[in-house]
Design a protein around this ligand. Sequence first.
Ligand code: 5RP
Length: 252
Amino acid sequence: NPLVTSSVVDDSPLPSNLTQDDLKKLAAYKAVEYVKSGMVVGLGTGSTAKHAVARISELLRQGKLRDIIGIPTSTTTHEQAVSLGIPLSDLDSHPVVDLSIDGADEVDPALNLVKGRGGSLLREKMVEGASKKFVVIVDESKLVKHIGGSGLAVPVEVVPFCCDFTRGKLEELFREAGCKAKLRVKSGGEAAAVTDNGNYVVDLYLERDMGDLEAASEKILRLPGVVEHGMFLGIATTLIVAGKSGVTVKDR
Ligand code: 5RP
């Protein structure tokens, strides 16, 4: 891909019995090599990012990293970081973040992402969008040709007020791509899932990809009930993928 300027493959053979979680951990540990003492670091959310948060805390405890300030992207990550003793702050006090590390649900060859299946897309986009470097960490199952077209959800955070109205408007926007828009509910129940910001999430399920991603993004953001969507376009600067054949690093 012309946007990807370099690609480094660490092709040391990996044992064949690695689990998906082992691969997530490998990608996370590789990303933490970018963290240097004194940095303000955006701490991502999810089962991959949690390995990076744990590794940062381990290096702090060992004295191999010093003076790190973490900016968590969710209440869950905030709790994890507090429990591990990582000093924390926020964008109000630290509006420029040196480096963020986070997982993703889908990554295309130009490093566009879908995020937010874990529900934290708004804070993630705020923190990662304010970062000089944003390192995305995934196992190879997250790689797609086109984001939003894999039949899995593109999440959109919406205000609770008349959320079914907004859901309908979102579905209409992408009718030609066979869109079904569903309000996300809490697991095992019927009540709407509530984000850290007190909002709801509408998941867009598309039969075909949305075409021009920037145009799709603008259309979604123009709807008054929408707060933010989970497409991260042009925000990631580095991708670390762990797969059975090794760990790959790509810079944009
Ligand atoms: C949460 C996210 C996560 O980064 C994304 O869902 C990936 O999660 P996981 O590493 O658990 O697969 O965007 O809002």
